[in-house]
Design a protein around this ligand. Structure first.
Ligand code: M6R
Length: 609
């Protein structure tokens, strides 16, 4: 969600902040703003605008500074409290204080009432402005003291960058349940919501510890705990190339990320294949975690939840341990039945998703074992789970998740096989075969990536549709769910996924002439069942796109397009069907001239409930 960058150093802060905000655009936003010290004096200039960062850059050009500002803060806002307007955009100022905020101050009403009794009133409708007012209320020259007093009163989540007009060149930062990284290099000190914002300057960064105050000056980055004791953070190094965060000649990040999938899977599984077997010892995940389990709960949101649905089938298939998949936003309020014999697996690309984080916390508080599958190193969910398995997709910039999804699938395979091995349900020989199956599937995925032209042609019809249905059974149903989500989020076409056998219990009434139905029929034991469901929709006039494995003789009157996967073990078709559903969504959105990488209303990491 909101993007934050703060910089103080020896370069033009405006340029660095605008560039940083452009790299954070992917997080999703609807307005942007910047504040900086002009001339190194106490004169704080604030410029805000609705819409894109480029609008802000244009507005900024009209501001004639006498000299180059070298310290400032910048923000992209995704509206929660208060509509999209310049007034509600960040930075917010009150007296000496100017700040930007990511997160939600849950008790802002209460605080606003308290401040109004003292004659202090906001000008915006935001919860963030209340924080600026509160810090300023307590400010008597000691910034840390004022920040401590204010955050003591805040409930909710926050990542703040704060400047004080009488402290030019200094940025203060503090966070709780919202991400912030810090970095320092020859050019100065940075704080940002994501490392991609600073990667042009340094590959070394650290996660700001929660509820610690960071003080940035041009040549220092100090962090103090709430008792004023200095803390030295662990420095981390970005393990992907800077090019990974750039488009690299592709029209959209999404297309680039689709193409990066085979490599991302290989990077994710290779360190976990030891002697040909799935093995998590390099991740410090002990086998004991998987022993004596009564049940497994997989919890996640959106695409990650669809990876969890796939994981359920795989784990149950091999270990025969009951697995349920819970939408994190439901799970957290569901009073779940958990014990120390329950393993809760949380899946999240960003590692920041508020609902998934809450699910992990709840699981821990109930005594369950927690394992997270996370892409962003050092993120909150990774830190708070008992154990973490990182996916190695590199930065995923497009809001629509693609490579992060398939690497989650790849870890679901390995987790399923490892649990089964440990519980004596899968022999080493069988597990080795399975691992080889994954490796072969990655090669097949490369072949499907070359089917782009065929899939592009099909989207001619899809792009004009108002409703599209996705059908599948078993593993293909999990894929169908992801297909419909992908299409909806970037093409804005209504789509629904159905377990193919369920359609006739109501929804088939929506199937009329030319309504597109995309059916996945890649699993042998239920192949005929899916085909029967295809016959049902076909006889009601549906425009059918049928996806099957190689070697299937399909009656040509059954479908308008028959997409044939390479010959392969059916357990591994999801890598290939994932590419198909991604291409279909991508080209449909392209044909509709939409902003593929930043679809309307969506944020890359959903840090609010
Ligand atoms: O970062 P997370 O994996 O926790 O995010 C979960 C969902 O918000 C995310 O998968 C979302 O559904 C994607 N935009 C789908 O493409």
């Amino acid at each position: 969600m909101c993007g934050i960058i703060g910089y103080t150093g020896n370069l033009d802060a405006r340029q660095i902040i605008i560039n940083g905000l452009l790299t954070l655009e992917y997080r999703g936003y609807d307005s942007a703003g910047i504040a900086f010290f002009s001339n190194g004096t106490s004169d704080v200039v604030t410029i805000k605008t609705t819409g894109k960062v480029n609008n802000l850059a244009e507005k900024l050009k009209k501001n004639n500074a006498d000299s180059t500002p070298v310290c400032g803060i910048g923000h992209t806002r995704w509206a929660t409290h208060g509509g999209v307007s310049e007034t509600n955009s960040h930075p917010h100022s009150c007296g000496n204080v100017t700040l930007i905020h990511n997160g939600i101050i849950e008790n802002y009403h209460e605080l606003a009432n308290m401040l109004s009794e003292k004659g202090i009133f906001p000008v915006s409708q935001t919860d963030s402005e209340i924080a600026a007012m509160l810090i300023n209320y307590y400010y008597e020259g000691d910034a840390c003291k004022a920040i401590r007093k204010a955050i003591n009163m805040l409930e909710g989540s926050y990542a703040f960058c704060i400047i004080f007009s009488d402290k030019p060149g200094v940025i203060y930062s503090i966070r709780k349940n919202s991400p912030l990284i810090g970095a320092i290099c020859d050019e100065g000190a940075f704080v940002a919501s994501d490392v991609v914002a600073v990667i042009d300057y340094t590959k070394e960064y650290f996660i700001l510890p929660e509820d610690h105050i960071a003080i940035l000056t041009a040549d220092s980055f100090k962090i103090y705990d709430l008792h004023g004791k200095e803390v030295i953070p662990d420095v981390m190094r970005v393990n992907w190339d800077i090019a990974a965060a750039k488009k690299g000649g592709y029209e959209h990040f999404m297309l680039k990320e689709i193409h990066e999938q085979p490599e991302a899977i290989t990077k994710t599984i290779s360190p976990r294949i030891i002697g040909g077997l799935p093995d998590f010892s390099n991740d410090n995940v002990p086998d004991e975690l998987f022993k004596g389990i009564s049940n497994i709960v997989i919890t996640a949101c959106g695409t990650a939840m669809h990876a969890g649905m796939f994981g359920r089938t795989m784990i149950e298939r091999y270990s025969r341990i009951p697995v349920s998949v819970e939408i994190a936003s439901e799970f957290r309020y569901s009073d779940p039945i958990l014990s120390e014999k329950t393993l809760v697996i949380a899946i999240s690309q960003s590692g920041e998703t508020a609902d998934t984080l809450a699910a992990v916390r709840l699981a821990k508080s109930c005594g369950a074992r927690t394992l997270s599958v996370v892409n962003v190193k050092g993120s909150i969910i990774a830190n708070e789970s008992d154990y973490v398995l990182y996916t190695h997709a590199g930065p995923e910039i497009s809001v629509a998740s693609t490579k992060a999804y398939v690497v989650q699938l790849s870890l679901m395979y390995l987790i399923a096989y490892r649990i089964a091995m440990i519980n004596n349900k899968l022999s080493c020989e069988e597990a080795k075969d399975k691992v080889n199956g994954i490796i072969t599937a990655v090669n097949n995925m490369k072949k499907v990536l070359k089917m782009d032209e065929e899939l592009y042609l099909i989207t001619n019809k899809l792009a004009k549709a108002e409703d599209i249905f996705y059908l599948g059974r078993g593993l293909d149903y999990a894929i169908a769910c992801e297909g419909s989500l992908k299409l909806k989020e970037i093409s804005y076409i209504h789509a629904e996924a159905y377990a193919a056998g369920e359609l006739k219990h109501g929804t088939i009434s929506l199937i009329t002439d030319n309504v597109p139905v995309i059916a996945f029929a890649t699993q042998e034991h239920i192949y005929q069942k899916v085909i029967s469901n295809v016959v049902e929709v076909r006889s009601r006039g549906a425009y059918v796109i049928l996806v099957t494995s190689a070697g299937k003789h399909v009656d040509t009157t059954l479908c308008d397009h028959h997409i044939v996967l390479p010959r392969m073990d059916e357990e591994f078709t999801p890598f290939c069907t994932a590419v198909i559903l991604q291409y279909l969504a991508y080209y449909t959105a392209v044909r509709r001239n939409l902003n593929v990488d930043q679809p309307r209303n969506l944020a890359k990491s959903v840090t609010v409930e």
